[in-house]
Write a new protein. Structure first.
Length: 271
């Protein structure tokens, strides 16, 4: 792919890499304490959180809550130490996946290679420790924020965001009314390769309030039921997914936006 550009100040606030597997929940809980000891020198800060699941069924086009007891799953978050105690480099575990997070640290944007290196360093040890025989695919997610802090060049004095100047999904609005205001909310999925499979998701949401804050998620996903790949194949899918991420990043933002992100040049790969 051509035109891969690294930007000095893209609106990326978090990069997420994940690999997926099926680990027996009981075996996972038994092996987790030892895993925390293994990674303690690198990821000493632990914070478990609960994620609740409810069953919703659609009846005549209307979502209806099922009369079942909500289920809770414990997600284990591990973080590296930070001089200002920020959560920048993280590892997330649950029986179905291993995930790494790399968050923006003020003006330090970081790049893809940093989070990829963590995945490469720990994924084999994770598979061995939790006795993972095969993987079901990968996800690569870039979380972007358009707001006064990350993209002040597109903010109006009254706090509104000129989103159509930055993001092509909101450009060329039909009809004579062109002035956009919150809420912004939409999602779409592009089929990159349905046989592999590989899909590219775009999700746009806006935080309500006096100042506009729009979140744009780009997600590359290759997971599938019944899929079985080894670690080398998963790492190759991550690299391939990153190429897709770069291409789509360049497609969805306007030329004006990309220029304002301060490109280094097309001879250097984007992170």
């Amino acid at each position: 792919m051509n035109g891969k550009t690294k930007y000095k100040n893209p609106p990326i606030v978090e990069r997420i890499l994940g690999i997926y597997a099926d680990i027996d929940p009981i075996a996972f809980e038994e092996k987790l304490p030892e895993w925390q000891m293994i990674v303690r020198d690198s990821y000493p800060i632990s914070r478990p959180i609960s994620e609740w699941t409810i069953d919703i069924k659609e009846v005549n086009g209307i979502p209806v809550l099922q009369e079942t007891v909500p289920k809770a799953e414990i997600i284990y978050l591990l973080w590296k130490r930070h001089p200002q105690k920020k959560q920048v480099n993280g590892m997330r575990l649950r029986p179905s996946r291993l995930v790494f997070h790399l968050c923006r640290d003020d003006d330090k944007v970081h790049d893809f290679e940093e989070v990829y290196d963590e995945m490469e360093a720990w994924s084999g040890k994770w598979m061995q420790h939790f006795e993972v025989k095969a993987l079901k695919g990968i996800t690569l997610e870039y979380i972007n924020r358009l707001n006064a802090k990350t993209t002040p060049q597109f903010m109006l004095p009254d706090g509104r965001l000129q989103i159509a100047r930055a993001f092509l999904m909101f450009a060329n609005i039909p009809g004579r009314y062109k002035s956009l205001t919150s809420p912004y909310e939409c999602k779409m999925r592009l089929a990159i390769d349905e046989k592999k499979p590989c899909f590219f998701d775009v999700r746009v949401t806006a935080q309500e309030g006096p100042y506009t804050d729009v979140r744009i998620d780009f997600v590359v996903n290759t997971t599938a039921v019944g899929k079985a790949i080894n670690l080398d194949e998963a790492l190759a899918e991550i690299r391939w997914g990153h190429d897709i991420m770069l291409e789509e990043f360049g497609c969805f933002f306007t030329d004006e936006a990309k220029a304002s992100f301060n490109p280094y040049g097309s001879d250097r790969p984007e992170g």
